[in-house]
Every structure is written in structure tokens, then in C-alpha cells.
Design a binder for this molecule. Sequence first.
Ligand SMILES: C[S@@+](CC[C@H](N)C(=O)[O-])C[C@H]1O[C@@H](n2cnc3c(N)ncnc32)[C@H](O)[C@@H]1O
Length: 250
Amino acid sequence: MASPAVPPMHRDLDFNGPLSDERAARLIHSLGPLKGHHVVDLGCGWAELLLRTLSTEPTATGFGIDLGEENIRHGRVGATARGLADRVELEVGDAGEWRGEPCDVVFNVGATHVWGGDPVTHTGNALTALADLTRSGGRALFGECYWKRPPTEEEITAMAVVPRDQYRSLPDLVDFALSHGFRLYSLSEATVDEWDHFENGNAWSVEDWIRDNPRSPDFEEVIRRTDTHRRLRLHGRDVLGFAYLPLLRA
Ligand SMILES: C[S@@+](CC[C@H](N)C(=O)[O-])C[C@H]1O[C@@H](n2cnc3c(N)ncnc32)[C@H](O)[C@@H]1O
């Protein structure tokens, strides 16, 4: 299916993930003093967290990369509107292929899949890349799913697209992160309310498209994808968490 013209998620959402304004501000604070620092966001979406970070420190610079052209277009509009265009570069591209010198701050939030491979390797691939790309004494902000409790067979079957071994418990996720050469600076997890806000905003744009395009050749496929995602959302509600780990590079 060619991409149907579903309205972009940023129509209804500030972040492409379960993140409130308050938590975003706390996460930015957890990055420490940013004077003169360079912040890289791999899989930045429309770069809202990166732009908010740069807005807190006039000497900080940033770079964000995402495969989504519309995401980057919207991010650039936001950068210009906030007077950040001369301090941030937003690029359409494959973050998994991006190479650079180790920098002060690196984000990878909800985007471990950018390095490709089997889903069960995504967390490890991301942490290995973050360790390579964060300078000693720098910080990485890692956002990843975890199991709040072991999922039942029925939940795994109903969620359909999530292999059990893709995620860990929260303590195991933290230990796994630390085994890649980091210290845990702080820990924060998305609430069910943040998830609902994110998933509702995601659903509205698709449901509006479904309402308005009953004769589209993409109609059945969009319905199928949307129903699959709704099952994941509902059967994962009690079991799938999302953690934000501000990490210190040893
Ligand atoms: C769940 S979103 C998270 C976006 C952002 N980090 C945030 O928290 O708002 C995942 C993002 O990864 C991007 N993505 C997927 N594969 C990618 C790749 N190989 N390189 C760059 N971006 C990629 C998608 O376009 C999407 O914007």
C-alpha cells in the first residue's frame, strides 16, 4: 500500500510518544547544565523534545535525524518559529547509518528500531550505538518499552506484533543499559494517562481519515492496521510500560 494521506500525528500531539509537558521538562533538567553542549537526537520524529531542550540554553546546538520527511518538515517549521533555526539542523535520513564524533548529549526515545535487525536485538543495538556516540561524562536519554509484569500467553497472542523477548522488566532494562557503560542518572516512567493521550492523538488522525475516505483503495488496509494497533494498545495496557532513562556515560 502506498502511504495514504492520513493526517500527520503532530496535528493532535506535541510528542510522538507517551510524554507530558511536565515530564519533558523534568527530563531536560536531568540532562544537567547544557552550556555550549551539542545535542543529537536519533529518530527525532518532529524533534519537539530536542527543540524544547535547545530553548532552555541559548548556547546549546542540536542535530536531529528521522526517516519521516513530514516529521522533519514540521520540526523545521517549529525551529524557525522558536528562533532556533540557526542552532539546530534537522535532517531526513537513516539514523542507524549516522556516524559522528561522540557528543555531549544523545537522545534515542521510542526509536530503538532505527538500527534495524531482529526486534529482540533492538534494545541492545540502540544501547551499543548510544555508548559509542556519547562522550565520556556525557549523557544519553534513552526511552524504551519494558514489561510491567510478565505478559501471559493470551496477551502476547493478542498483541500479535510484540515478541516476548523484545522487552525486559524495568530492573533488567536498567541493568542492561548500565552494562553498556552508563550510570543511571534518573528514572521516569510514562503513566497510563500519558499513554492514553498519545494513543488517542494517534487514533484521531487515522479515524478521521477512515470517516472521510470510505472509497479509498487503501481503506481496508488502514482499517486492518488500525484494528491491529488497537488490540496491541488494549491488550498491552496493563503490561507494557515505557521508561525514560537519563544515563551518564562512564
Ligand atoms: C515512536 S517515534 C519517536 C519519535 C521521537 N523520538 C519522539 O519521541 O517524539 C519513532 C520515530 O523513528 C523514526 N524512524 C524509524 N526508523 C528510522 C530510521 N531508520 N532512521 C531514522 N528515523 C527512523 C520514525 O519516523 C519515527 O519518527
